[in-house]
Structures are given as C-alpha cells and as structure tokens.
Design a protein around this ligand. Structure first.
Ligand SMILES: Nc1nc2c(ncn2[C@@H]2O[C@H](COP(=O)(O)OP(=O)(O)OP(=O)(O)O)[C@@H](O)[C@H]2O)c(=O)[nH]1
Ligand SMILES: [Ca+2]
Length: 470
C-alpha cells in the first residue's frame, strides 16, 4: 500500500506539504492542534483502558471453597487479585458466585457413594465460573461441618473419600487433605472473620469488633472477642493486619436447629416408649393437627411410637422443653459460668449478629430489626397455637420442612439467646442478619475461611489453622 492511497499514512507523516488532498502526492501538513488532539486522545484512551481494564492481569486468581453443611452443600467461587503482594477481594456478582445442592452429604450415611453426585454438580458449576486455563492453578477445598461431625468416624471418612475422588479428577488444584471436617471452633472463627471484614472492623480495635451467634442445622456457634481468661479449647487467637484478636469460639454440637428438634422428638419418643399403650405423649413444638409419620416405614416400633406422639403446639411449653435441653449437663459445669450445658461461656462482650436460622425465623415472622427478640415471643405464641392445616393455608408457598420448624425455632431462639446466653429481650446489641456492611457481603463462614486463609497464605502471617495453606 503506498502513501498516495492510504489517507491514514498521509495524516500522520508531517513532512507532506499543505497542498489539496486530491493531488497525487499530498501537500497537507498536520497543524499543531491536530498533533495535540491526537496525543490527548491517545493518552485518554490509555488512561481509560488501565482504569477499566477487566483486570485480566497476570495476578488474577481463583479459589473454590465447598461448604458441606448438614442440610446442604454449597460451592463458593472467588476471583481475586494480588496487588503489591496483598490480596484484593471483591464479593460482587462479577467476582463471587455460590451454588447449592441438597440434601447435605450426611444424608448419604447409608450410601456414601451417593455423595459424589452433589459434589460433581458443584465442580461443574465452579468450572463454569473459572476460565479453563486457570483451573489447575485454582485451589478447591471441601470443608465439612456438623452434619459430618455427627457421623461415626468410618462413615464420615467413607463420604470424605468419595468427595476426594471427585475433586482429584476435577481439573482444579486439589490435595487429599483439602477435603476434611473443620472444627466447630474454626467454623465460628471464619463466621466472625467475614462479619468483621464486611463491617470494616477486621484489622481494627478488638473491642470494636462484632460477635457472631449462628444457628445452623446440626450445630450452633458463639464467637466473639473476650477479654476474660479462657480455656485453650474454647479460644482462638488470630492475627489480621498487625492486630491480634483473642476470640471465644465454640460450636455446640447437636444444638443446631434440626439436630435439637430431633433430640426433642427423641426425648418425647423415649417418654412415649415408657408410656402405657394408650398413653399419648404431646409435642408442644409442633402445631396441632400435624400427623407424625415414622421415617422408617417397615419399623413397627417406630410407627407405634410415632402414633403415640401427638402434636400440641404450645410456645411456652416448647420454650420450657428446649431450655431443659440446653441446660442438660449443667451440673457438670467446671467453671463459674456455663450458659449452655457444661460449656464455659464468658460474659457477652460488644455487639452481635445472629445468623442462619436466627435470620430465617425472624424474616419469616417479619420481625423488626430493632425489637426482634421481644417480638419473637408473641409471634411464636401465635404460630404455635395455630392448627397445622390453617398454617398450610396461610403460608401456601412455604416449604413444609421449614414451616414445620417455626414453632420450635421461635421458642428455641428465646430459650437459647435470652434464657441461656442472657441477651435481654430489648437488647439492642444483637441483630439478625444474612449479609453485612456497605457492600452487603453474605455472612457465610466459607467467605471468612477464604479471606483469612488467603491473607495468611499471601502475607505469610502466623495463623493457627494452617490446613488451607496446603
Ligand atoms: N426457613 C428457612 N430455613 C432454612 C433456609 N435455609 C436453610 N434453612 C434451615 O435453617 C437451618 C440452618 O441452615 P444452615 O445454616 O444452612 O445449616 P447447615 O449449614 O446446613 O448446618 P450446619 O452443618 O449445622 O452448619 C437448617 O435447619 C436449614 O434447614 C431458608 O431459606 N428458610
Ligand atoms: Ca452451616
């Protein structure tokens, strides 16, 4: 291509004279303003590119954390960056995604091989979010909680091995010890981390941080900064930035919402088992009119017990029954203060967020953020006093498995937070939540695990749990 035919070459070669553009050899000489305009537009284009470039920088990274909970398994897929050695997180929709599979892995106790289906589905989801060229550089971990903690060691290990088989062939970066059951204390710590990261208090004054109380399906966590001396097995010390946090962090196994409700049914069954043939045992935590069916169809004993159990919803009686459950073992309290069972709990310190089922139950009853705890009592009394068929009509879109829980959980929340842990009913320090902070970051412990352990791995801080460092 020669200069006569290519207008662009003519425009940027200043040695042409100013003759008309139609001449074979152009005489046109770009004026100073044209050169300046070209220079400014190139500069603006470059500035815009670097400001809004899709950050496909070589420091872009991905990580996958699978939360294997008792009622479901969830994959959390993160994209983040390293900028001058520090991880930069963003949990907006372009850089964070979550997918759930039900039921939880512990439902496969009788058939551990069946656990591979949901994990394979979640791996497929993750591969859809991470560019193929990044799979082998992206870590994937499966961290299980109370659902697996409640299984016997052999079955738990069988289920974990099934998940390892899937993860080994996932294409992601995986090591066998990256599929494991995390301690309840770590679970609470991670929930605390994401809450304070979201609120902007992580890295700040310890006594300005916010505690977490979480009502899961099989366990309940209580985690907060305490200035009281604490036994080693109930405390976690973490460092973030250059601040050390001394946390009380405990997970009450069997006291998650589903496990506690099952525990109550078992106790009622036992009293039914000792009852005479025709004596009926009433269940105050299930709305009247609900008909119990035995989970194991072929068990005559089970169906006899179930037949003798009668739903007789009564909030006050349910609150008393759940409080008795929370105080089981209190006589073995070895310290001056055990709010639940025989486990030491320090005096409550600072503000708290109440998450998971605390949130689901409060949202269902449409409680106000401010007076939610005091409002929980009349809401629970009304709900527990309704007939089951009435409730089904009132809440046609609510799943039975959730609707069946609200009488129990309203009473359980009061007996746990007020009657046991000691939050006043008008205590403004505790709010229910599922997200926090200006960016509405989800309060899932998996995000806290990712934040803390990625920061430790990249900033080489000393942290207690090195598992995720691989
Ligand atoms: N009403 C209602 N309940 C829910 C919802 N999602 C989960 N739950 C129930 O709330 C309880 C706590 O849920 P999660 O925090 O997901 O519990 P999990 O992680 O499966 O259980 P853990 O392994 O003990 O942590 C369980 O009984 C769930 O069945 C929801 O959207 N609405
Ligand atoms: Ca959970």
């Amino acid at each position: 291509m020669t200069s006569e035919t290519d207008p662009l070459i003519v425009q940027i070669q200043p040695d042409h004279d100013q003759s008309s553009p139609t001449e074979s050899k152009s005489k046109w000489k770009p004026s100073k303003s044209i050169i300046l305009l070209t220079f400014v537009s190139v500069a603006i284009t470059l500035a815009l590119f670097f400001a809004f470039r899709p950050r496909e920088s070589s420091f872009e990274r991905y990580s996958v954390v699978i939360d294997a909970g008792s009622s479901g398994t969830r994959a959390h897929v993160f994209r983040y960056w390293l900028e001058s050695g520090k991880p930069v997180f963003d949990f907006g929709k372009d850089n964070y995604a979550k997918e759930s599979e039900n039921p939880g892995l512990s439902s496969y106790a009788d058939n551990p091989k069946g656990a591979n289906v949901s994990v394979a589905e979640l791996v497929k989801f993750a591969k859809g979010r991470v560019p193929e060229g990044m799979w082998e550089k992206s870590d994937i971990r499966l961290m299980a909680t109370a659902g697996l903690r409640l299984l016997n060691e052999t079955v738990m290990e069988q289920i974990l091995e099934v998940t390892r088989e899937v993860l080994r062939s996932s294409g992601f970066n995986f090591r066998d010890d990256w599929a494991w059951v995390i301690t309840g204390s770590d679970e609470g710590k991670y929930s605390w981390v994401v809450a304070n990261y979201a609120l902007g208090s992580l890295g700040g004054e310890p006594l300005q941080t916010t505690g977490i109380v979480e009502l899961g399906g099989a366990s309940a966590q209580v985690t907060f900064v305490s200035s009281q001396p604490m036994p080693e097995d109930l405390s976690q010390t973490i460092t973030y930035g250059n601040v050390a946090y001394s946390l009380y962090s405990h997970s009450f196994l069997h006291l998650g919402q589903n496990a506690a409700h099952d525990k109550l049914w078992e106790a009622l069954h036992n009293s039914a088992a000792h009852s005479t043939e025709d004596e009926i045992v009433t269940d105050p935590c299930t709305p009247e009119g609900y008909i119990f069916v035995s989970k194991r169809q072929n068990s005559t004993e089970e169906s006899r017990l179930t037949a003798s159990l009668q739903a007789a919803g009564n909030f006050t009686e349910c609150r008393t029954a759940t409080l008795a459950m929370l105080h089981e073992g209190k006589e073995n309290c070895a310290s001056e203060h055990c709010s639940i069972g025989s486990t030491f709990t320090p005096d409550l310190q600072g503000r708290f967020l109440a998450t998971a089922s605390f949130y689901y139950t409060s949202k269902f009853f449409e409680l106000h953020e401010k007076d939610w705890l005091s409002e929980m009592i009349p809401a629970g009394k009304r709900f527990c006093g309704e007939n089951w068929s009435e409730l089904k009509v009132q809440y046609p879109t609510e799943q039975d498995k959730h609707l069946l829980n609200y009488c129990f959980s309203s009473a359980y929340i009061i007996s746990m937070l007020h009657d046991s842990l000691g939050f006043a009913l008008d205590d403004g320090r505790i709010e229910f939540a599922s997200k926090a902070g200006a960016k509405d970051i989800p309060l899932d412990w998996a995000l806290g695990a990712f934040i803390l352990e990625t920061s430790i791995a990249t900033l080489d801080y000393s942290g207690k749990s090195r598992k995720m460092l691989g």
